[in-house]
Design a protein around this ligand. Structure first.
Ligand SMILES: Nc1nc2c(c(=O)[nH]1)N[C@H]1C(S)=C(S)[C@@H](COP(=O)(O)OP(=O)(O)OC[C@H]3O[C@@H](n4cnc5c(=O)[nH]c(N)nc54)[C@H](O)[C@@H]3O)O[C@H]1N2
Ligand SMILES: Nc1nc2c(c(=O)[nH]1)N[C@H]1C(S)=C(S)[C@@H](COP(=O)(O)OP(=O)(O)OC[C@H]3O[C@@H](n4cnc5c(=O)[nH]c(N)nc54)[C@H](O)[C@@H]3O)O[C@H]1N2
Ligand code: SF4
Ligand SMILES: [Mo]
Length: 764
């Protein structure tokens, strides 16, 4: 008997869209039957060299997940029932309702919230700005203000640009000082570097040192040369003490930065009062340990200080983020190989001239209820609930909401208040792939295609990568009939809100990028007219959609073919274009980061501004907190921090059986001292209370916790009415953001405090 013909397996190469590491994946698929055989790390990817984590494999589960939404849904408010509707009907309904709110109450009655996955969908990113402009509201929120906002603010103050994140050169450094990051669980953030375990192993193998400062002996701390316990929220004090020692012991060496930096003396003055001995009680770090780290940093040939979530989502997030870069400047490690550098994405301008900015995009408007400052066009999400549930005397306030790839009910502070506020909205639309804790309040859910059905190009994370590379992600499958890409959804909504055709909007978006890249002096291609460029793009890439914009940016970028077949590629090879990327499906290596300070710094003076007045003013707040920070562990008073697990991704991958299985991960970690003092037993249950809420969680007693600090991961809490998450519901956990207090902020940036939340802990 003849064997049945083996199914035709095809290999699809793409970049994993799930976290910032951006691993190259090879997906083995059977196109005809739309089956995913397996997902593997791609050994030929020049950046990730075959690495992947369990979440990468999760793309298979995500594609197959029966709970994942595939058609627009409409909720009947009376019955609470959901029904599938067609796209046209959905778009009509959404535009009519949003317009009605805008006409009656003004554009600011509509708020928008953008979640984390928007950063990973490069092709739809081109259309988000236009969509937000079509909404016309200044009430824009995003996951930025529960994440990297303090780093964006400090980078804007130091370097004149909120996107100018200096990235640790982990592959070449000799001394890696890590505060508030756990790359062995998170795989790195604002430091795109696939296979952090191997990179850190190599660092140590070449004689380098890894030092981790964290209130928990994290997975990363466990493999470090030294781990220092630090009281949550006291990083700015610790870093000021480091700076103090650098000055006191004459260890400051600007090196090549000499003449490029203003404010060194001002920083010396500010640091004077923060001696290691002065801050020790507040930080919990022994003065001698601070001095040792300062001396080692200064002595290392190449060293870098790096801070992430733990240094951002806390009371002094901006000061801590600023001090991280201050330390790099004072030790001469900014803009130097092995220190912190700025990557050069293939889609960035070929001849960047920093755009000097007169004024900072800060506090140009403020939130209505609490007067919180806008930054770069956004308000802090900690203000969202009150903007809905506290109407003004004339009925002012938010009445309609758009969420795009976000789950703020689980991800932002005081989720309970936010959920109540969402239930009061006149209208809500969510562009999302799940009916979850947030989208259950929507009137309409518009689900885009899932990752394996779309092509992708990474626009964000090439800009924070420890190495310059470029790669086009292939789609594994055509979209299911009747499915829409996220960019197409945004385009259609923009067009309908503006009363024009989608093609008109699409061409406007392209035109915006053409204006920046061709046909004028100072652009990459002064001798290529817009019309010529548009015609070439239409012929080679298509007459609509985001692919042609990627093609344009690649051709006009540092390695681009300039529309003239120029050999600007690495090593004098053919210049980049989308076609060139398609011909290299594993990606192209573009080399290590290189110094480029003059291209990046966009301050008025053209120099790094070490002592911006806003930062200097905020130091008074730090000083005032110094005394208040002595550990007070009486009567069960503790502070809460979060943590991440390799198999979990914020709030939304708990519905995939392969990832969700295994022991309960939503546990409260408690130090043995605290457990004994509070009468908590390993395996028992604890009640954790904060000003805004309380939850119960299973206790794990562990000496990895600093006494006085407990840890609960975020992103859980799936046991709520009305969600369609059958797997997640069985591993529901509790939501740590029911404890996060929306009134606790990093005052300067408005970022939420998610680490260092005062709580009371008792046996349940
Ligand atoms: N306590 C505490 N809270 C935290 C943090 C913490 O450390 N501690 N971390 C914070 C951080 S760093 C972040 S980034 C935020 C994240 O906050 P959010 O972005 O609000 O939350 P996510 O959990 O990432 O939810 C992503 C949403 O997008 C949907 N989704 C996934 N892929 C797609 C897609 O391709 N298109 C669309 N349209 N939807 C999609 C998912 O179903 C889900 O609803 O959480 C923050 N919250
Ligand atoms: N597996 C997995 N990977 C992820 C994510 C995920 O949810 N799961 N989320 C992704 C996202 S959106 C982001 S932004 C990144 C975040 O990437 P990371 O910043 O590496 O995130 P965490 O693993 O939360 O590490 C934060 C560390 O800060 C410590 N910490 C808490 N408070 C303080 C403090 O006050 N001071 C100091 N010094 N340390 C403190 C915590 O104990 C923890 O070890 O991860 C990304 N990658
Ligand atoms: S570390 Fe995991 S989730 Fe992150 S990009 Fe790689 S495979 Fe994807
Ligand atoms: Mo994040």
């Amino acid at each position: 008997m003849a064997a049945a013909p083996a199914p035709a397996l095809e290999l699809v190469h793409r970049t994993c869209p799930l976290c910032e590491a951006k691993c190259g994946l090879t997906v083995e698929v059977e196109r005809e039957t739309r089956r995913v055989h397996t997902v593997r790390g791609d050994p030929q990817d020049p950046f990730s060299e075959g690495y992947l984590c369990p979440k990468g494999y999760g793309l298979k589960g995500l594609f197959e997940d029966p709970d994942r939404l595939r058609r627009p849904l409409r909720r009947d408010r009376a019955s609470g029932r959901w029904s599938e509707i067609g796209w046209d009907e959905a778009f009509d309904l959404v535009t009519a309702r949003l317009r009605a709110v805008r006409e009656t109450h003004g554009a600011d009655a509509i708020a928008a919230y953008l979640g984390n996955p928007t950063a990973h969908d490069g092709l739809s990113a081109f259309y988000t700005g236009g969509f937000l402009r079509a909404l016309g509201s200044r009430w824009r929120f995003s996951a930025t203000s529960v994440d990297q906002l303090p780093k964006a603010v400090s980078s804007a103050l130091l370097f004149g640009s909120s996107g100018a994140f200096a990235i640790p050169d982990v592959d070449r450094t000799d001394y890696f000082l890590v505060l508030g990051a756990n790359p062995l669980a998170s795989n790195g953030s604002l430091m795109t570097a696939p296979d952090m375990p191997e990179r850190l192993r190599r660092l140590r193998a070449r004689g380098g040192k890894l030092v981790v400062v964290d209130p928990r002996r994290s997975e990363t701390a466990r493999i470090a040369d030294r781990h220092l316990f630090l009281r949550p929220g006291s990083d700015a004090l610790f870093l000021f003490a480091l700076v103090h020692v650098l000055f006191e012991e004459g260890l400051v060496r600007l090196g090549a930065l000499e003449g490029q930096v203003n404010g060194v003396e001002a920083v010396r003055e500010l640091a004077r009062e923060f001696a290691p001995e002065t801050v020790a009680a507040a930080t919990g770090v022994a003065p001698e340990a601070v001095r040792t780290v300062a001396r080692e940093l200064a002595a290392a040939e190449r060293a870098v200080c790096y801070g992430r979530i733990g240094t951002c989502t806390q009371e002094f997030g901006t000061l801590a983020s600023w001090l991280v870069d201050v330390v790099n400047v004072l030790t001469g490690n900014l803009d130097r190989p092995g220190g912190a550098l700025w990557p050069r994405p293939a889609t960035s301008p070929a001849h960047p001239k920093p755009r000097r900015r007169g004024s900072l995009p800060y506090a140009r408007w403020r939130s209505r209820v609490r007067g919180l400052p806008e930054f770069a066009g956004e308000l802090p999400v900690a203000a969202l609930a009150e903007e809905i549930d506290t109407p003004g005397p004339k009925g002012e306030g938010v009445r309609a909401l758009v969420t795009l790839a976000g789950n703020p009910v689980l991800s932002t502070p005081n989720g309970a208040r936010l959920a109540e506020a969402f239930a009061r909205l006149d209208f809500m639309v969510s562009i999302d792939i799940y009916l979850n804790e947030t989208t259950r309040f929507a009137d309409v859910i518009l689900p885009p295609t899932t990752h394996l059905e779309r092509e992708n190009y990474d626009l964000v994370f090439h800009g924070v990568s420890v190495r310059n590379t470029t790669k086009w992600s292939q789609a594994a499958f055509a979209p299911e009939p009747g499915a829409m890409h996220q960019w197409d959804i945004l385009l259609e909504l923009t067009a309908r809100l503006g009363g024009v055709s989608a093609q008109v909007v699409d061409d406007l978006v392209l035109d915006h990028f053409l204006g920046q890249t061709v046909g004028a002096e100072g652009t990459a291609c002064p001798d290529v007219t817009k019309e010529e460029a548009k015609a070439i793009l239409a012929a080679e890439t298509g007459a609509r959609g985001p692919q042609r914009i990627v093609d344009l940016l690649l051709r006009t970028g540092p390695w681009g073919d300039r529309f003239r077949g120029e050999k600007n590629g690495p090593g004098g090879t053919d210049g980049l274009s989308l076609a060139a990327l398609r011909a290299h499906p594993h990606g192209i290596d573009l080399g290590a980061m290189e110094p480029r300070l003059a291209e990046v710094v966009a301050t008025e003076s053209g120099k790094v501004e070490l002592a911006h007045p806003l930062v200097v003013a905020d130091v008074a707040r730090l000083r005032a907190a110094l005394d208040a920070r002595r550990p007070d562990t009486g009567a069960g008073r503790m502070v809460l921090i979060g943590r991440r697990h390799l198999r979990s991704n914020n709030s939304w991958m708990h519905n995939l059986p392969a990832l969700a299985k295994g022991p309960d991960r939503c546990t409260l970690l408690v130090s043995p001292e605290d457990a004994a003092r509070l009468g908590l037993a390993d395996g028992g249950r604890a009640k954790v209370r904060s000003r805004v809420g309380s939850v119960e969680a299973p206790v794990v007693v562990s000496d990895e916790m600093m006494p006085g600090v407990v840890s609960l991961p975020h992103g859980f809490g799936h046991a709520v009415e009305g969600v369609r998450l059958s797997v997640a519901a069985r591993h529901a956990g509790v939501c740590s953001n029911l404890l996060a207090d929306e009134t606790l902020l990093d005052a300067l940036s408005g970022n939420a405090v998610l680490n260092g939340i005062p709580v009371e802990v008792s046996a349940a």
